[in-house]
Design a protein around this ligand. Structure first.
Ligand code: URA
Length: 490
C-alpha cells in the first residue's frame, strides 16, 4: 500500500500531485492511500515515490478538476481514494462522467452536490461580529460546516469583504483575511465554541493562542523563535502577512464602512446587476461574449442572473453538435436532468425519444436545450416538485437561448410546449394557434411548435395518451421531412 501525505483535509493540490504520480506509476486505487498531516499512515504503508520525469500526462476531461476539487472537500474519509479511482477509471473510459447510471458517477454527483450545498450554507449563514483588537477593527465569525469547505469558500468572502480584516473560525479549519492575503490555519477547538453572542471572548482566546507572544514584537519573537522553525507552527503563517500588512490594513480599516451590508442585500444587488447586464446584452455579465457553443456552455455554468441557480444542482445547458440543423427547445430541466446536467433524459425525455425513433429522427444530430437552464422546484419531503418558470426567469434566460440560436444557426427550431414557443418568439402564443406550422423566424430559420412531451405523460387515460403520442410523432415526422439530413441512418 502506497500512501501520499497531504497537508490538510481539503488539500486539492497535494491530492492532484500525488494522483498524477500514482497514475504514472500504475498504482491501482485499491493500493493507494492518502494521509492528512497528523494522521497515522498505517503499518504497511510505503511513501508514494515522486512523479517519474518521463511520465506521460494523464487524461483529464475538462470538467474533472472542478469536480475533484469539490470531492476532496467532502467529509467522507474515503474521498481522496474515491477521487483517484474516478481519475483512474477515466484513463480507461474517457466518457465515464457521461454515464449517468454508473455508481461512481452517481456518487460523485451526490458528493459534489453536498459540498456545494455546504459551501452555499457557509456563504449564506456566516455572520461577522465587529471587535476591536490591538491592531484595529476586526470582523470575526464562527461557523460549523459539515464538509471541508473553508478553503473552497474563503475566496468568496475575500471578494465580498475585500476591504475589511476578518477571520472565520470553524472546528475544521480557520481562515484569515488581512485585506490582501488569505491564510489558513487549523480549526478552533470545539470548547472554544462561542455561547450566544460571545464572539469577542472566542476571538480573544483564539487570537491569543495563535499570535501570542510575538504579535508586534518582531525582534523579540525572532530571538525566541528562529525563523527556520516557523514553517512548523500554524500561527507562524499569520505573523508575516500581519506584520507586512499592518500599515496597509490600518489604512484600509480607516477607509472601511463601519457596518457590513446584509448578505441578503448583497445577493439581491448581485442578481440585479446580473439581470441588468443580461437584459442589456452584456454577455450574461461576463467579460467576453462566447465565440462558440462550448465556451457558452462553460460560461453558463456560472450564470446567476436569476435566483434559480441557487437551489439547483447545476446549469443544464444544451447538448448536441455545434452545427446541428435542428434545435429542440423544452421548458426547463427536471429532477433527473438537474442531477445529470443533461436535458431530456428523464420521463419526458423517454417520450421525446420514442417519438423521434418512430419518426426516424436521429437525436444525436440535433441540439437539445431548454428555455430555462436551471431546475425550478419546491422540496416536498425527499422529492423535488417541478415548478413552472415565471416570465422574469424566462426573459432572463432567453439571453442564453438566443445565443445558442445565433451560434448554431439551425434550419429549424422545434418548440416543445408553450413556454418554449414563448421564449423563442419573445411573446406568448397558444399551442392551438401555432401547432405543426412552419413559422418564419428569419431568412434561414423556421419554427415548428408542438406539445411538450410531459403533457402526454400527464394525460389521465391511455386512449388520450396514445392519441397525443401519435400526433406528437407526426410533428416529429414533419421535422424529418423539412430537415431530411437529420434522418436516422438506414
Ligand atoms: N422537461 C423539459 O422541458 N426539459 C427537460 O430537459 C426535461 C424535462
Amino acid at each position: 500500500m502506497f500512501v501520499a501525505k497531504l497537508d490538510h483535509p481539503a488539500d486539492f493540490d497535494g491530492w492532484r500531485g500525488a494522483a498524477r504520480a500514482a497514475l504514472a506509476l500504475g498504482i491501482a486505487p485499491e493500493d493507494m492511500g492518502f494521509a492528512v498531516e497528523g494522521e497515522v499512515a498505517g503499518l504497511f504503508a510505503e511513501p508514494l515515490p515522486p512523479l517519474p520525469e518521463d511520465a506521460r500526462p494523464a487524461f483529464v476531461p475538462k470538467q474533472f478538476p472542478d469536480l475533484a476539487r469539490k470531492l476532496v472537500c467532502h467529509a467522507d474519509a474515503d474521498r481522496f481514494v474515491f477521487a483517484y479511482r474516478l481519475l483512474w477509471r477515466l484513463q480507461i473510459d474517457k466518457r465515464l462522467l457521461e454515464i449517468a447510471s454508473d455508481t461512481d458517477v452517481v456518487r460523485s454527483i451526490e458528493m459534489e452536490k453536498a459540498v456545494r450545498r455546504d459551501s452555499h450554507k457557509m456563504k449564506a449563514f456566516v455572520r461577522f461580529r465587529e471587535i476591536e483588537t490591538e491592531e484595529g477593527r476586526h470582523y470575526i465569525a464562527w461557523f460549523e460546516p459539515f464538509h471541508h469547505v473553508v478553503e473552497l469558500t474563503a475566496p468568496f468572502f475575500a471578494r465580498r469583504f475585500a476591504g475589511m480584516v476578518w477571520s472565520i473560525l470553524t472546528p475544521l479549519r480557520s481562515v484569515h483575511w488581512d485585506g490582501a492575503d488569505l491564510t489558513f490555519a487549523p480549526g478552533a477547538s470545539q470548547d472554544q465554541r462561542p455561547k450566544d453572542d460571545d464572539m469577542e471572548a472566542l476571538w480573544l482566546t483564539y487570537y491569543a493562542s495563535i499570535f501570542n507572544p510575538a504579535r508586534l514584537k518582531v525582534k523579540a519573537m525572532q530571538a525566541e523563535m528562529p525563523k527556520k522553525y516557523w514553517h512548523n507552527l500554524p500561527e507562524a503563517q499569520l505573523i508575516q502577512p500581519l506584520i507586512r500588512n499592518a500599515e496597509a490594513s490600518a489604512q484600509r480599516m480607516i477607509a472601511t464602512a463601519p457596518t457590513l451590508p446584509s448578505l441578503r442585500h448583497e445577493r439581491q444587488a448581485e442578481r440585479n446587476e446580473m439581470a441588468t447586464a443580461v437584459r442589456e446584452g452584456a454577455f450574461g455579465g461576463f467579460n467576453k461574449r462566447p465565440d462558440d457553443i462550448d465556451e457558452a456552455r462553460e460560461q453558463a455554468k456560472h450564470c446567476k442572473a436569476c435566483p434559480l441557480w441557487e437551489p439547483a444542482t447545476q446549469t443544464v445547458f444544451g447538448r448536441g453538435p455545434s452545427d446541428a440543423p435542428v434545435i429542440f427547445v423544452g421548458e426547463q430541466p427536471g429532477d433527473q436532468e438537474d442531477l445529470a446536467g443533461e436535458p431530456f433524459i428523464g420521463p419526458a425525455g423517454k417520450v421525446f425519444d420514442q417519438a423521434l425513433t418512430a419518426a426516424g429522427v436521429d437525436r444525436t444530430q440535433a441540439y437539445v436545450t431548454n428555455a430555462v437552464k436551471h431546475f425550478k422546484f419546491v422540496p416536498r419531503g425527499k422529492r423535488r416538485i417541478h415548478q413552472k418558470p415565471n416570465m422574469g426567469e424566462m426573459k432572463i434566460c432567453r439571453w442564453w437561448l438566443e445565443l445558442e440560436r445565433e451560434l448554431i444557426r439551425p434550419k429549424l427550431i422545434v418548440a416543445l410546449g408553450a413556454t418554449a414557443a414563448a421564449s423563442v418568439l419573445g411573446k406568448a402564443v397558444t399551442i392551438r394557434d401555432t401547432r405543426s406550422k412552419l413559422i418564419d423566424l428569419d431568412e434561414d430559420t423556421k419554427l415548428l411548435v408542438t406539445v411538450h412531451p410531459a403533457y402526454i405523460l400527464r394525460l389521465p387515460d391511455r386512449e388520450a395518451q396514445a392519441r397525443e403520442q401519435a400526433a406528437f410523432n407526426e410533428d416529429m415526422a414533419r421535422v424529418r421531412e423539412y430537415v431530411p439530413e437529420i434522418a436516422l441512418a438506414a
